[in-house]
Design a protein around this ligand. Structure first.
Ligand code: DON
Length: 579
């Protein structure tokens, strides 16, 4: 493992950053600074849990060991991450979950994405001249959507849970009340985001009282513990009605925010039909809109099925070239066609159609980069006929849960609601605030993703499960904004086409192209020969620090293996044991 990271870093020394653009990846980390918690692949015949924080992983493992199922463990993990991973884990945000139920032999998906408040409007982030007001959709009270996490976890528990709700919140409450040790990585994040976390007094009191030295101190969140206790006693109503809801609405009103009691009362998660596709004999089960992830994973796999990828060298220049081209077409379509399906007719069938993929395939020339300016959304449609964290759990019955949830940016809007410990999301920035103006991830959008009260902003989160021969094969998912879709795609290719184990699939260098800006991002770097070849083919190359973090679980020959991504060093997979 260390050897691998070392190789990766060594290769990066030979790379040159050739881009002229200055779009900075969000939340990047230099993993070489930390000792990753995951030192080797975790194995188990009983079950597996993987999350971005080892304490949450241990809680999930403990739930399964004590007789809970994957859904129970996921609920406990969801609440635990809100305490130990405050930059992304949350109760003030939202997300998506894809599930396979072993008893029913059926797949499910729940959308617990945030919704635009009733008082929101299409132009709410624009000034009177129609120009975007800097930071308004990303920082402070006005940047939050109505949170969905508590309602989502409640709904999953109501439908599939086997343990008492209170038992599942107890570990998170304990961690919030008694505190936990800040890791070196968390220490660095709390320092890195000092300005953001100091802007609002309530947030500063909780997150910056020990600035600049948090390391080895116990991090206690008293107000959050009380809020979690209320949710534990009252269920979802503990968040969406009563004391907590009143505090959210009151604090919003006093500070120019618009989330009201009615917004909270009205919030409902949506059970949606998961998208299912076949890729080289594996069944890919993934998230439908309002996440764009599933649609574009399927679209890109359909195009890639035309190539014999397994006969190519992994991450060779030709392979990177093909992936780069395929990603451009998919992200271009995302900008026009993807949005909340309850408000916009998303052409899912057209985008995931093999014929459409074949048309795109026939236009791709290896050795050549088609400039993004020559690629438009939907170009080759047949005339006849769009800071986050991921966790995965599998249990001994064969239930599988894959969930990605978020506050959007690291520490979301920067706002903690007075007296509650709830850190709020800045998910309104995932809407297209103005046509042609990219969001913080550089993503463009259109009508499909404009702000409408009640609507959900378009997402890239892509929780995914794969089956082969009717047996669970793997589960994958990642944070990383726009880069989530390309990271999940590459994990699928690594495990299906290149037969990699979970560590190899995780450690391999990832590339990313999102059509606009027109540049090919490569993590860490590539060798000089490939760099030259790709530049001559027409790419603008940009070497980046990692911005994604895959959590992978695989099953092979009856044994589960799991691996937490070294890119965020507290990540950890743990096999369920009997003792
Ligand atoms: O839903 C989305 O696509 C974004 N809000 C995700 C943000 C994210 O992944 C940030 N994490 N690094």
């Amino acid at each position: 493992m260390y050897k691998r990271i070392f190789q990766v870093l060594l290769v990066s020394i030979y790379c040159i950053d050739l881009t002229a653009q200055s779009f900075t990846p969000i939340g990047t980390v230099d993993p070489s600074k930390y000792v990753p918690r995951q030192k080797e692949i975790a194995f188990s015949n009983i079950g597996m849990v993987t999350t971005q924080h080892f304490l949450a992983t241990e809680i999930g493992e403990d739930i399964i060991k004590s007789g809970g199922n994957a859904y129970d463990a996921s609920v406990a993990i969801g609440f635990a991450l809100a305490v130990v991973l405050p930059r992304a884990g949350n109760i003030g945000g939202g997300g998506f979950m894809v599930m396979h139920d072993a008893d029913l032999n059926a797949n499910f998906a729940i959308d617990y994405r945030e919704r635009a408040p009733i008082e929101s409007s299409k132009d709410m982030y624009l000034d009177t001249d129609g120009a975007v007001i800097p930071n308004r959709s990303t920082l402070g009270y006005l940047s939050s959507g109505v949170p969905g996490t508590v309602a989502g976890l409640w709904s999953v528990h109501q439908r599939f849970g086997s343990m008492e709700w209170e038992e599942l919140l107890a570990p998170a409450i304990k961690l919030a009340k008694e505190g936990f040790e800040v890791t070196p990585y968390m220490q660095d994040m709390l320092v890195k985001y000092h300005r953001k976390l100091s802007k609002f007094p309530e947030t500063k009191k909780i997150f910056q009282s020990n600035y600049p030295v948090f390391n080895k101190t116990l991090f206690i969140q008293k107000d959050l513990a009380e809020t979690l206790e209320i949710i534990s006693k009252k269920g979802r109503d503990g968040f969406y009605r009563g004391k907590v809801a009143s505090k959210i609405a009151k604090d919003m009103k006093s500070n120019g925010g618009i989330i009201s009691k009615k917004d909270l009362r009205n919030y409902e998660p949506v059970w949606r039909e998961p998208l299912i596709a076949n890729y080289r004999g594996s069944e890919i089960i993934t998230m439908p809109p309002p996440s764009s992830g599933g649609v574009h994973i399927i679209q890109m796999l359909n195009i890639l099925e035309n190539y014999e990828l397994s006969s190519m060298k992994h991450n060779s220049k030709e392979y990177i070239n093909i992936l780069g081209e395929v990603m451009k077409y998919a992200y271009s379509d995302r900008s026009k066609y993807l949005g909340d399906p309850d408000y916009f007719d998303v052409p899912i069938t057209m985008l995931t159609n093999k014929g459409y993929a074949n048309n795109i395939f026939s236009k791709i020339e290896v050795g050549k980069a088609t400039p993004s300016s020559e690629i438009n959304p939907g170009m080759y449609i047949d005339k006849e006929s769009f800071e986050t964290t991921h966790f995965s759990v599998v249990d001994s019955d064969g239930n599988v849960v894959s969930s990605t949830y978020t506050l959007n940016s690291s520490f979301g809007s920067g706002v903690v609601i007075k007296g509650t410990g709830i850190l709020m999301n800045n998910e309104m920035d995932d809407f297209s605030v103005s046509p042609g103006v990219p969001n913080q991830f550089g993503l463009l959008g259109a009508k499909a993703n404009e702000i409408v009260p009640g609507k959900r902003p378009l997402s890239s989160m892509t929780p995914t499960i794969a089956f082969k021969d009717n047996e669970f094969f793997f589960t994958t998912g990642s944070p990383g904004g726009a880069r989530i879709i390309s990271a999940v795609l590459q994990s699928i290719l690594n495990m299906i086409d290149f037969n990699m184990d979970v560590a190899e699939a995780n450690n391999a260098i990832r590339i990313h192209h999102q059509w606009q800006p027109d540049r090919l991002e490569i993590e860490f770097g590539i060798d000089g020969d490939s760099s030259k070849w790709l530049t001559e083919a027409g790419y603008t190359l940009k070497i980046i620090k990692p911005a994604t973090n895959l959590q992978l679980i695989m099953k092979k020959n009856g044994t589960y293996s799991g691996y937490g991504d070294f890119r965020r060093p507290d990540s950890f997979a743990l096999g369920v044991t009997n003792d």
